[in-house]
Write a protein that binds this ligand. Structure first.
Ligand code: ZN
Length: 560
């Protein structure tokens, strides 16, 4: 099948065509010279006034797993109900706001796809819960998915580090965990802090000792980042720092970066981790310090976790800090769990308000980070869905970044003290389209080692989005004209067309087979059973199992 996109501007973060050109889709890949392919052109679209980008990649969005499911049980509506009420014959396709802060799988897949996102990664897959996470993602239509396995508060690992186990033995364990959960990378959440919480500890700083064992978060971060590097995982250690949301936490965030000793690191929802203690309420922005550090260290990537005003629900494995925030829940509900001594879980409804000093400043800190980090291919657009706000807020967020006057029109409505202490007004930068492509496609693809995605070079996966170029960037990004998945037109003017094949992205690191066959499980069965009370293979999710769910498995790594 050959499809021809004529008179369209190409924007991919590597280069932008100033003049309209022709892009070809041959089979399921992009071609710049499809006219030489020799086949019959099956479909032809004249796209004057449009731009084409690669499909969006969200590398941090909570779409599958235990706490996502808890949030769904609290609030989500069944999709049958949504479909019934959505439209009459001949009406515009339904592209409205989400029915709940964490919608069901059907709604999640459709809404991402309608916005032109094609690859979404669940960042907090607990080992004991990997099967459930994958199952929910498999049930999310239209998107390629993957997950990061959460380590760093699992008793087995903490014990090994505390007892001084050699790095090789720890790599053996980490490799088995990544392979057996069919994960794409390793995530660490408040290293050691979730476990310390169970010993009644309410904070654990980077160099503070764990209450039971002679180890610190710095030890955990160093050890896990070494494992990620030595195992050859394409994505570096994905870090939710210590002291989430705590004024002054910029110090522990910078200490976290130091803890990996020059290795690559991804700091997630960085907005929640760059706070100072200045100002009238002892809460201020330290975005400049973090951005300055990122600007001079090419091994650091960030996603922002932007706050958007409105009702949401916060979900985190960081039980320690979710518990600390329990009295701020709106409405006053909350769920806290420990999961198999591997990590925690906290779900709290939350409402971000323009008139509230802290919320307004959080909003401006996120934007400050976007504007101060100079390389758009190392800072990624996220709201940490649903924590800072729903993913459907991305088009609005893109407009905030591309349009200074629009940004200021909202800034002017905030608490008067926010306007006094924030430097946002002085940051006149406006993102260009190619920077938006770098931040939402090229950068995340590079950070995940997905070489065929995120750009429009010869042979790239033909996950493509066609946007009508317009002054109002929010509208432009909210309602793409067309979305292609692997060369097939799947969304046209908001209407989702037919069934879309799915892929699960798993890490194919060099020692994967070895990790599964002769690795940790075989050697440490007894110790595992003593620790957790069940055999290690019980929670393993094999590739066969993923295929049974209907998805193709795609190996992601350096060499693909
Ligand atoms: Zn998150």
């Amino acid at each position: 099948m050959i499809t021809m996109l004529k008179n369209v501007r190409l924007v991919d973060g590597i280069s932008t065509s100033a003049r309209p050109t022709t892009l070809w889709i041959v089979g399921d890949v992009v071609s710049r010279k499809g006219d030489q392919a020799g086949g019959r052109v099956d479909a032809e679209y004249d796209l004057a006034g449009h731009v084409v980008m690669a499909g969006g990649i969200d590398l941090h969005t909570h779409i599958g797993g235990g706490k996502v499911n808890l949030a769904r049980m609290l609030w989500a509506k069944p999709h049958e109900e949504l479909e019934k009420g959505r439209r009459g014959e001949g009406d515009k396709p339904w592209v409205g706001p989400l029915s709940a802060p964490v919608p069901g799988t059907w709604e999640t897949g459709r809404r991402y796809l309608q916005m032109g996102y094609t690859t979404c990664i669940e960042p907090a897959m607990l080992p004991a819960n990997a099967r459930q996470s994958h199952a929910e993602m498999q049930d999310t239509p239209g998107l390629d998915t993957g997950g990061y396995v959460v380590l760093g508060n699992d008793r087995m690992l903490l014990r090994m580090i505390a007892q001084g186990a050699p790095q090789e033995q720890i790599n053996d364990y980490v490799g088995w965990m990544v392979a057996s959960s069919s994960a794409l990378a390793i995530k660490v959440v408040n290293a050691g802090g979730i476990d310390a919480f169970k010993f009644n500890q309410r904070k654990l700083d980077v160099d503070e000792y764990h209450p039971q064992w002679p180890l610190t978060p710095r030890d955990i971060l160093r050890t896990l980042s070494r494992s990620a590097e030595e195992l050859g995982l394409a994505h570096p250690l994905h870090v939710h720092c210590s002291n989430l949301g705590v004024p002054g936490n910029i110090e522990s965030t910078l200490a976290t970066i130091d803890a990996v000793e020059g290795r690559r690191i991804h700091i997630t929802h960085a907005q929640y981790h760059c706070y100072g203690t200045q100002g009238p309420y002892g809460f201020s922005s330290a975005a400049e310090r973090l951005a300055e550090r990122v600007n001079r260290s090419s091994q650091i990537t960030l996603d922002v976790g932007q706050v958007l005003f409105g009702q949401t629900i916060t979900l985190s494995a960081d039980t320690m800090h979710q518990f600390a925030n329990r009295k701020l829940a709106k409405p006053s509900q909350g769920i806290f769990q420990d999961l198999e001594c591997q990590a925690g879980c906290g779900a709290l409804p939350f409402r971000y308000r323009e008139s509230q000093y802290v919320h307004g400043l959080q909003w401006s800190i996120g934007l400050e980070l976007f504007l101060r980090v100079l390389d758009a291919s190392r800072i990624f657009l996220t709201t940490d869905h649903p924590n800072g706000g729903p993913f459907t807020g991305y088009p609005h967020l893109i407009r905030l970044l591309m349009d200074y006057d629009f940004r200021m029109s909202i800034f002017d409505r905030l608490h008067p003290e926010v306007k006094r202490v924030s430097a946002l007004g002085s940051l006149k930068r406006e993102y260009r389209l190619d920077e938006v492509a770098a931040m939402t496609r090229l950068g995340p693809a590079r950070a995940l080692g997905l070489r065929g995605r995120g750009h429009l070079m010869e042979g790239a996966v033909a996950d493509l989005v066609v946007y009508r170029e317009g002054e109002n960037r929010e509208q432009m990004f909210a309602e793409p004209r067309m979305v292609f998945r692997r060369g097939k037109l799947v969304v046209r003017d908001g209407e989702v067309l037919g069934e879309i094949p799915k892929r699960v992205l798993v890490s194919d690191f060099a020692r994967r087979e070895e990790s599964l066959r002769w690795g940790f499980e075989a050697r440490n069965r007894k110790a595992w059973i003593e620790q957790y009370g069940y055999t290690p293979g019980v929670t393993a999710v094999g590739w066969d199992e993923l295929r049974e769910g209907g998805a193709e498995v795609e190996r992601a790594g350096w060499d693909d």
